[in-house]
Design a protein around this ligand. Structure first.
Ligand SMILES: Nc1nc2c(ncn2[C@@H]2O[C@H](COP(=O)(O)OP(=O)(O)OP(=O)(O)O)[C@@H](O)[C@H]2O)c(=O)[nH]1
Ligand SMILES: [Mg+2]
Length: 295
């Protein structure tokens, strides 16, 4: 039997459930998820391997219509990059998304030469009639695309999408080793797990002002000892992150450690330190050092 392989890139507005969908497709918790918009900041590969096919999914940051920081420009650039090398596009949306916000993405999908699937996520939040209306609207908006309704959070129709994707993939040998799950290393996922807990534990501007870097990672057979620095933009934010008597940081650290231990399959010791880097979200050199840009 012939072998199929290709890049399937997941795009959409922030908070539509792209990361939840990628995790559901690959069956692992690779991408971090939060109820807040703009959780994902990088393009992250998640690979599904089968004897007869290899699907290389890319989770991408939600597209930002009016970027206010250089960080957001780099997030949008990774969306643009994901459009360039796609064999199949998954355009994730839900009933809450407005057409004017999605205009740019709709045009990109329309212009793209690769097959696309409009994924209407969060179907659990829709009445039957409402869902039918949404499906019909999307069929009108993007007549060349296939439209599928899913609930990424509960896994409804996720298998159906995978089946559809494999049908659309070109015949090709695998791009990656068949035992490879992602292109990112453990350090990256550790920093993301800390960032996820920050997104869940703090409000307003705090999660958006944080960058997490793993500065030490000492592996041993039974326990990994990890040190992370959380960078914030102002002293006031540092105080909020740490909390009264260190309580907020302690909570975040404990929650992240539990997640990290599940991920690495052994015990972890996690030390978190908070530092201030003035306006890092607009600083080209810091953005480069933090791995957001190549320039
Ligand atoms: N009700 C419902 N909520 C969902 C579903 N899928 C995802 N969510 C929720 O939607 C929120 C956003 O999910 P994410 O996967 O982080 O969304 P995203 O598109 O990756 O967001 P960004 O990374 O910010 O662009 C989270 O609170 C999820 O739990 C679903 O099928 N049903
Ligand atoms: Mg995401």
């Amino acid at each position: 039997m012939s072998h199929k392989s290709g890049f399937v890139n997941i795009i959409g507005l922030p908070n539509t459930g792209k990361s939840t969908l990628m995790n559901a497709l690959i069956g692992e918790r690779l991408s971090i998820i939060s109820p807040k918009a703009q959780t994902t900041r990088h393009r992250i590969l998640g690979i599904v391997n089968d004897e007869n096919y290899q699907v290389v999914f890319s989770d991408t940051p939600g597209f930002i219509n009016q970027p206010a920081y250089k960080l957001q420009n780099s997030m949008n650039e990774s969306v643009a990059g994901a459009l360039e090398d796609a064999d199949v596009l998954l355009f994730v949306t839900d009933k809450a998304q407005k057409d004017e916000e999605q205009k740019h993405l709709i045009e990109l999908v329309e212009k793209s030469k690769v097959p696309s699937i409009v994924v209407i996520n969060k179907m659990d939040l829709c009445e039957k009639k409402e869902l039918e209306t949404l499906v019909n609207l999307w069929k009108e908006k993007l007549p060349k695309s296939t439209v599928i309704t899913i609930s990424a959070a509960s896994g409804i129709n996720v298998k159906k999408i995978l089946k559809q994707i494999v049908e659309l993939l070109p015949e090709s040998p695998a791009y990656y080793d068949k035992d490879q799950l992602t292109d990112r290393n453990v350090r990256f996922f550790v920093s993301e797990m800390v960032r996820e807990k920050i997104f869940l534990n703090y409000s307003a501007e705090i999660p958006y002002s944080c960058q997490v870097e793993v500065t030490d990672y000492n592996e041993s057979e039974t326990i990994d000892r990890i040190k992370c620095v959380i960078y914030v933009e102002r002293e006031g934010q540092k105080a909020i992150i740490i909390g009264k008597g260190g309580s907020a940081l302690k909570k975040t650290g404990t929650e992240a450690r539990i997640e990290i231990e599940k991920f690495i399959g052994k015990k972890a010791h996690l030390e978190l330190v908070v530092k201030v880097r003035d306006k890092w979200r607009n600083d080209p050199l810091l953005l480069k050092n933090f791995g957001y840009t190549n320039r």
